[in-house]
Structures are given as C-alpha cells and as structure tokens.
Design a protein around this ligand. Sequence first.
Ligand code: ADP
Ligand code: 5GP
Length: 204
Amino acid sequence: MNKGSVFIISGPSGSGKDTLLVKLFEKCPEIKFSISSVTRNMREGEKEGEKYNFISREKFESMIKNDELLEYNLYVDNYYGTPREPVERAVAENKDVFIEVDVNGAESIRKKLPEAISIFIMPPSFEELKRRLSSRGTETEEIITLRMAAALDEIKRAVEYDYIVVNDDLSTAVEDIISIIRGSKFSIKKQKNLIDEVLLNVKS
Ligand code: ADP
Ligand code: 5GP
C-alpha cells in the first residue's frame, strides 16, 4: 500500500529550498505543503498563506500555550512553527506532506514522528550560498551576516539527515528529490506491515 509520508526539508537560508519546492510542486501537485506560522515581516513577493501565515508574537505565544504547534523555534529573533493539525490531517489521509524547518525543528519532528524522511539541501559551496543570499536582495547586510553564521552550524548538522541533495543544477536537484520520494515508498520504515500480510496465511 502506498501510504503517505512526512518529508522534512532543511538547509541554510539561500540554499534554494523555496525555489526547489516550487518546482517540485509543479511536477507533483498531489504533494501537500505544511504552511508555517511566523512572526517575521513579510518579504517582497511573499503572500499570506502561501508559505507562511504571518502572525504577531502574541498570537504565536498563544499557539505555543495551546499546544497547536508540532514544533517551533526562534531563528534570528523571530518565531517559526509548524501547525500540528494540517500535518496530522495529511498523514490521516495518506498524503505525502513536506515540512520546511530549520535543523532544530527537524530534530523535534524526528522525535515525534520517527518515520519522517529528512532531506538536507546543500549549497554547492559556502561562497555560492553567500552569493545567492545577497543576490536574492531580500535581507539587509546585517541579517545576511547572521544567516551566514547560522548556515555554518546548520551545515555541520547535515549528518543528522537521511539524505543530502546538492542544489547546484536546479532541475537535477528537483529530480533527486523525486527519486528520494519514490525510493522512500520501498523503505522498510513504510513496509513493515507487508511482511505480516504475506505471512498471514502461511501454515507453519
Ligand atoms: P531558501 O528558500 O533556501 O532560502 P531560495 O529558494 O530563496 O532559498 O533561493 C535563494 C536564491 O538562490 C534565490 O535568488 C534563487 O533564485 C537562487 N537559486 C536557487 N536555486 C538555485 C540554483 N540551483 N542555481 C542558482 N541560483 C539558485
Ligand atoms: P526564512 O526566513 O528564510 O523564510 O526562513 C528562515 C529559516 O526558518 C529557514 O531555515 C527555514 O527552513 C526555517 N523555517 C521555516 N519554517 C519553519 C518552521 O515552521 N519551523 C522551524 N523550526 N523552522 C522553519
């Protein structure tokens, strides 16, 4: 049976996660995306409810208090969190769902959902990461410096993930993610029941 899976996707800011996910969802529109709640300001080009729900710090803190978040983290002075209900609904409906989180968020989700498959998006080099982050033109120099410092720690923690995809050529990286999705369906994590099903009627 083709049960849905939870995919965790992380990578330093500027590694190309959003660009890759947009291409992935064009090719695989059946995949669900977990919309995060965030307290940072909206960037130019972003829309409410697309990747994020932009909310106040007070509202975020009330979501924490009411246990409405699967995980959350403070990243460069802003809260980012994954609302619990949409992920649980996707899993109940056997849909594949992608959750984009930082390395701490990934650690929390693995503890709660050990079957989740985690993918780290690696830039081709540190220099290229800086170039992409600067050329995106959405952050001040000060924030870029903070994000590059965070990137160093994040890259060191790529070892915690099931897969690393290098985002050098964009189309290749999208195909690599699709291969991981396909391959994951054959994983023992997803097929434990199959063994019992096949052996069910065998008389020993
Ligand atoms: P993230 O979501 O990880 O912060 P983005 O998707 O916003 O990163 O990408 C950061 C910048 O790098 C954007 O300007 C994007 O167009 C560019 N970019 C993404 N992937 C590639 C790639 N494979 N080659 C060159 N530039 C890329
Ligand atoms: P950005 O501000 O560039 O959109 O995201 C900054 C960082 O926050 C990225 O590493 C991104 O993966 C992470 N992030 C986005 N949504 C969430 C979330 O819901 N939870 C956590 N823990 N991190 C998130």
